[in-house]
Ligand binder design. Structure first.
Ligand code: GZL
Length: 320
């Protein structure tokens, strides 16, 4: 017994030397690890974005470590630190707000872990702290909303607009407002008479719209930074005995299924698309970053606009 084992061992050593026998190469099979710190689960858009990232990581054979920050920056920072401690290959996150990231991103840089921003951008003087940002042009989304309103509003005289802003300090809230105001200033009839954050959620959107309706007897238009707040506002408008989509024109952003259902019911007039299905593109970027390939600092997703009239035709093919 012992003799045959010795012979087997000798054969393996000879084979290894001759290159005809290979040991299992565990190193070559090591999966790429990607730590992702998501904003939260505040909206239909975010839910679709998370599903896209999780399914794309599985498809790409990437080991995804995922955290949900419940829309709190301190939780995202904690998650990034945990990814650094776990020595993941690449870190990604959708920054809930634009400022306050330099310290933790410097820690990632010191640990030689590349960082990819998705969905939202950050303000920093040191853009070496991240490799690239993949997401939407929120200012352009605001412009599209403004152009649709100027081109399609039928009423005469002054147009009183109320605005439901997204999360205070977030790139989509800052930039959608900027793009919208930049366009409507072309016609002095259009004025934003009230503007307040609904934090991108249905509940807050409904609550703030109730306050707007109590304070303002003559609201003509609602501009909402996302569909979830608009859907909450629709409930408040109906509770106040007004017809959403008719008495108050509703202009929104995202293009989630709930918005198409509201438009098919005649309760929302238009939604500007903001595509959450970034997962597959993100995993390609993660692999390129790991391979050290050069990438542009900014990668924009392509998006359209969906007025009420197109909702029934488009709805069956909507993916989120
Ligand atoms: C936009 C994204 C926003 C969506 C909201 O890319 O950051 O956050 O418009 C989501 O629905 O909550």
């Amino acid at each position: 017994m012992l003799k045959s084992r010795r012979n087997l061992l000798a054969a393996i050593v000879i084979g290894l030397v001759a290159g005809t026998v290979a040991l299992p190469s565990f190193a070559a099979d090591k999966k790429l690890t990607f730590g992702f710190a998501q904003v939260g689960a505040e909206s239909e858009w975010r839910t679709a974005n998370t599903a896209s990232i999780k399914s794309a990581a599985k498809e790409a054979g990437i080991d995804l470590k995922f955290s949900d920050a419940q829309q709190k920056q301190e939780n995202q920072i904690k998650a990034i630190r945990s990814f650094i401690a776990q020595k993941v290959d690449v870190i990604g996150f959708a920054p809930v707000v634009t400022t306050g990231w330099d310290t933790v991103l410097k820690e990632a840089k010191a640990a030689k872990i590349p960082v990819v921003l998705t969905d939202r951008s950050i303000e920093t003087k040191d853009d070496s702290l991240y490799v690239t940002t993949i997401g939407s042009d929120f200012t352009e989304e605001g412009r599209k909303a403004g152009h649709w309103l100027l081109d399609n509003y039928k009423g005469q005289g002054d147009v009183n607009i109320v605005e439901l802003q997204g999360t205070v300090g977030s790139a989509p809230a800052i930039e959608r407002q900027k793009g919208f105001l930049e366009v409507i200033k072309a016609d002095p009839r259009f004025k934003v008479i009230r503007s307040q954050t609904g934090d991108f959620t249905r509940a807050k959107g409904k609550e703030v719209m109730e306050a707007f309706l109590k304070a303002e007897p003559n609201i003509n238009v609602l501009f909402s930074h996302n569909d979830d707040m608009a859907i909450g506002a629709i409930q408040a408008i109906e509770a106040a005995g007004k017809k959403p989509g008719k008495d108050i024109i509703i202009v929104s952003v995202d293009g989630v299924k709930g918005a198409f259902e509201a438009m098919m019911a005649g309760k929302m007039n238009v939604t500007v698309e903001c595509n959450p299905l970034l997962g597959a593109q993100l995993m390609d970027i993660v692999k390129q970053v790991k391979a050290g390939k050069p990438l542009p600092k900014r990668i924009n997703t392509k998006e359209g606009i969906f007025p009420m009239e197109s909702a029934a035709k488009e709805f069956p093919s909507r993916k989120y």
